[in-house]
Design a protein around this ligand. Structure first.
Ligand code: OAD
Length: 252
């Protein structure tokens, strides 16, 4: 296996001195756990399915059963998956430096790898909520009705994820924005940067003066520029190497 080092010295110097690191992750970090990304040309979910049929409030109103079953399939994929070295390296980094972990992923793999206080911008697929009032529901009647009805009001239940056309959770977005503005270093890992507002976070960090490290095997669509360091490779390889280079004594 080829070594990725040396990393750009400007980035490693900034990481060694950093008091606060912010990290944004996307579907790419979970690819090595076997969870499909969205936009990879061959196997990405949006290469096989149309978001407007499955991931909008209108789609749910039109065909709630189809949407529920698609998310149930994805929930099963997630529960069968395990965190990989990329998730584990970020959990280890959190033991070395104040680290704000912001994710667009709904799979909960960061938390299962040991990360805490994860800011989930797009919700979590394992949580279910009432489609009428948004209340989180942990038990529902298993019966013939799909989606199951809310035990409190009878409205159809839905996954607690953000669909196209919906707003991101305000508190999470504000915390993510604050971290981008105040961090000393920002890492953008496994995201195509195609969906705002998450996609703008690395550029907000860069404009606020933080060096940005971009971890991605393809770098397709990634912006380059002063202070932006492209670390080509998979998250499962690059993040552990970065961790060992900067915090060599951390158990991982
Ligand atoms: P995408 O599928 O758009 O992008 C995944 C990125 O991960 C691509 O840039 C890949 O090159 C990269 N990648 C693939 N394998 C990788 C690996 N092993 N290590 C590191 N990177 C790898 O996924 P997101 O950017 O997360 O939103 O997509 C953003 C949002 O669009 C999602 O949260 C979802 C989707 O529609 C909603 O559902 C609201």
């Amino acid at each position: 296996m080829t070594a990725l080092r040396p990393f750009p010295p400007d980035l490693t110097t900034a990481l060694r001195a950093a008091r606060h690191v912010a990290v944004l992750t996307g579907a790419g970090i979970s690819a090595e756990s076997g969870i499909p990304t969205f936009r990879d040309a061959q196997h990405g979910l949006w290469a096989r399915y149309r978001p407007e049929d499955l991931a909008t409030p209108e789609a749910f109103r039109r065909n709630p059963r189809l949407v529920w079953e698609w998310y149930a399939w994805r929930r099963d994929l997630v529960s069968a998956a395990e965190p990989n070295d990329g998730h584990r390296a970020l959990a280890a980094m959190q033991r070395c430096v104040a680290l704000t972990l912001i994710t667009q992923n709904v799979d909960g793999l960061h938390q299962r790898a040991g990360s805490t206080d994860v800011i989930e911008l797009h919700g979590n697929i394992t949580r279910i909520k009432c489609s009428a009032d948004g209340r989180i529901v942990s038990d529902w009647p298993e019966g013939s009705e799909i989606p199951p009805p809310c035990p409190a009001c009878g409205a159809p239940l839905r996954p607690d994820v953000v669909w196209f056309g919906e707003s991101l959770p305000q508190e999470a977005l504000e915390a993510a924005h604050r971290a981008a503005v105040t961090c000393d270093v920002f890492l953008s890992v496994g995201t195509s940067n195609a969906v705002v507002p998450a996609a703008s976070l690395p550029w907000i960090a860069a404009e606020s003066g933080a060096p940005v490290g971009v971890v991605n095997p393809t770098m397709e669509g990634q912006r380059a520029g002063p202070g932006i360091h492209l670390l080509a490779g998979s998250a499962g390889r690059v993040l552990p190497q970065l961790l060992r280079e900067i915090w060599s004594d951390v158990p991982f």
